[in-house]
Design a binder for this molecule. Structure first.
Ligand code: E4P
Length: 216
């Protein structure tokens, strides 16, 4: 499963990149607002740090405006994936982006039906938002299972990008189900690395290492 960091913060992205565990980056307008830089500059900086798919979201909601904005974003770097909301105007734009060879990540997906239609429109990635489904008393991972199963049933090439990952269990379940990718904040990536038994074991090994006689 590909691991993406969900962040607009260049320091966080550099840190994740230095750990050698990330394959790409997803951003959204809320994350870029926190970063406090113009979108194009922020995306260009991210593309310098990570060599993989970098999702940059349009803020337009009408087909022609989405196309204009998306084409501008795609010009920033060959790795840019244009993130498009899962609305009818968005799908119209996705179809045209696909014909132009522009990669897309169809975002704000909350049902398997939406995901199937995004795939039919030619999306490169579709992003089911597991954490937000859970927040609304649904089962986010069941949504991922439905989408992965449907895509497999019909041999669809669109990749499932499990998004809104909030904790390590989401990550492991997404991998068990066969999601192609998952995106998560740096905090979750760090939680995935950490295990209390690793810390206890390391402390013991370091203490015992001090008892080893020096070589003479
Ligand atoms: C995905 O592309 C989104 O940016 C993100 O995963 C949303 O996560 P949130 O629900 O934690 O804001």
């Amino acid at each position: 499963m590909k691991v993406f960091i969900d962040s607009g913060d260049i320091a966080e992205i550099r840190e994740a990149q230095s750990m050698g565990v990330i394959d790409g980056v997803t951003t959204n307008p809320s994350l870029l607002a926190k970063a406090g830089k113009p979108t194009k500059r922020a995306i260009a900086e991210i593309c310098e740090v990570v060599d993989g798919p970098i999702s940059a979201e349009v803020v337009a909601v009408e087909k022609d405006a989405i196309l204009r904005e998306g084409r501008e974003l795609a010009k920033i770097h060959r790795n840019v994936v244009v993130k498009v909301p899962l609305i009818d105007e968005g799908l119209k734009a996705v179809r045209i982006f696909a014909s132009e060879g522009i990669k897309t990540n169809v975002t704000l997906c909350f049902s398997a039906a939406q995901a199937l239609l995004a795939a039919k429109a030619g999306a490169t990635f579709v992003s089911p938002f597991v954490g937000r489904v859970d927040d609304a008393a649904g089962d986010g991972m069941d949504l991922v299972l439905q989408v992965v199963t449907i895509f497999r049933n019909y041999g669809l090439s669109t990749q499932v990008l499990t998004a809104s990952v909030r904790h390590p269990v989401h990550f492991v379940q997404a991998a068990m189900i066969g999601s192609h990718a998952a995106t998560m904040p740096l905090k979750v990536i760090k939680q995935l690395i950490k295990h209390p038994l690793t810390d206890v074991g390391l402390a013991q090994f370091l203490a015992d290492a001090k008892k080893i006689p020096e070589l003479v």
